[in-house]
Design a protein around this ligand. Structure first.
Ligand SMILES: Nc1nc2c(ncn2[C@@H]2O[C@H](COP(=O)(O)OP(=O)(O)OP(=O)(O)O)[C@@H](O)[C@H]2O)c(=O)[nH]1
Length: 339
């Protein structure tokens, strides 16, 4: 059973604040707290300073510490990520650096909270009002230096967030991936099997985008220009990750063959790719022999049929343009998807 693919988990990562912005945010909150305390606290000047400065320190520590903890809590952990998104993550960012950066934020969050406690206590023990403010400044210096230290880590997460937050969500419904060489008729078939114009979703694996369409019988169809349309050995690293990502997405595959070879690829080439896809994907494959409205399409049928018999694979002869056997294809898809 395929793992559930949830909505893009990277959208939850909050906006990343840089050290200066974080210090400002904390300063504003601390000043607000201090303003209230100045109005309400009675007593001699040392007593008042101790209370106000300690609150400033503790507020600063909790604003920054909680902010960092919140970033960690809302950032998906690489190890628990759905494999589909993990493949995408691997394509886009250095996952080791990403993990290391989250670790650094965790350390900083805990350390700053600890500093808040240490310096809060020191202020309570201060002997003069002036000393309370010196201790607070020393605290701010240490916090600022911790934040400077994690600046590259904050930057790493900010960059990852920018790259990941707009990855379109793939719906968690039964999915058929359409594969085959360019020009065999994949996009025409996608349009015929689905209702509206397909959505073109930008994914990091392909400059052309994944075309996604939805049928009224509850199945999502994905056309993969630039991904499943040529031999594995011609693919770069990114495209290999893409193939793996699609493997997590697909419940079944329609492999479109153009027997007329007008697509510009020989039947042998097309069968070789089918062979590779069959080895890579462990899902049922429906072979659609397309363009049977074209005169002379039969000349290569024997070769195709021999290959399919050998592989024990089912095929349907169709014409996407002339709507031949498309209903049969739909029925076949539903049969397969029902298991
Ligand atoms: N005669 C005939 N032509 C077809 C049929 N299906 C597709 N074509 C034509 O084949 C060409 C390629 O079709 P597309 O649907 O764009 O093919 P594709 O596989 O999506 O191509 P890429 O987007 O490059 O991957 C177009 O000119 C279509 O009109 C068919 O059943 N019969």
């Amino acid at each position: 059973m395929k793992e559930r693919i949830e909505a893009n988990p990277f959208r939850k990562i909050p906006t990343i604040l840089y050290p200066d912005e974080l210090m400002d945010k904390a300063y504003n909150r601390a000043e607000k707290v201090a303003g209230e305390l100045r109005k309400t606290t009675r007593g001699e000047s040392l007593y008042k300073s101790r209370i106000i400065e300690e609150h400033k320190v503790r507020t600063t520590a909790s604003v920054i510490g909680d902010y960092l903890a919140n970033v960690i809590a809302k950032t998906p952990s690489v190890d628990n990520l759905n494999p589909f998104y993990r493949e995408i993550l691997e394509i886009l960012i250095d996952t080791d650096e990403f993990k290391k950066s989250l670790g650094a934020l965790q350390w900083a969050s805990e350390f700053i909270k600890k500093l808040g406690n240490i310096y809060g206590r020191k202020i309570r023990e201060a002997r003069t009002a002036q000393q309370t403010s010196i201790i607070r400044k020393e605290f701010l210096g240490r916090v600022s230096s911790v934040l400077k230290q994690i600046y590259p880590n904050l930057a790493c997460i900010a960059v990852a967030r920018e790259k990941l937050k707009n990855i379109p969500t793939v719906k968690d419904i039964p999915t058929v991936v359409i594969a085959g060489y360019p020009n065999v008729g994949k996009s025409t078939l996608l349009k015929k099997l689905t209702n509206a114009e397909p959505e073109v979703n930008a994914y990091p694996f392909t400059t052309k985008g994944l075309n996604v369409g939805y049928s009224d019988y509850g199945i999502q169809f994905v056309d993969t220009p630039g991904v499943l349309d040529r031999p594995i050995y011609e693919r770069n690293d990114i495209e290999l990750h893409a193939v793996v990502a699609l493997n997590y997405l697909a419940d079944s595959i329609i492999y479109v063959i153009d027997p007329t070879e007008y697509c510009g690829y020989t039947v042998e080439e097309q069968l070789n790719l089918l062979n590779e896809i069959e080895k890579t994907f462990k899902v049922p494959i429906i072979v659609a022999i397309n363009k049977i409205d074209v005169e002379g399409y039969e000349k290569n049928l024997k070769k195709i049929e021999m290959f399919l018999t050998d592989k024990n694979m089912d095929a349907l002869k169709i014409s996407t343009e002339k709507n031949i056997n498309l209903d049969k294809l739909k029925r076949k898809i539903m049969e397969i998807m029902r298991g």
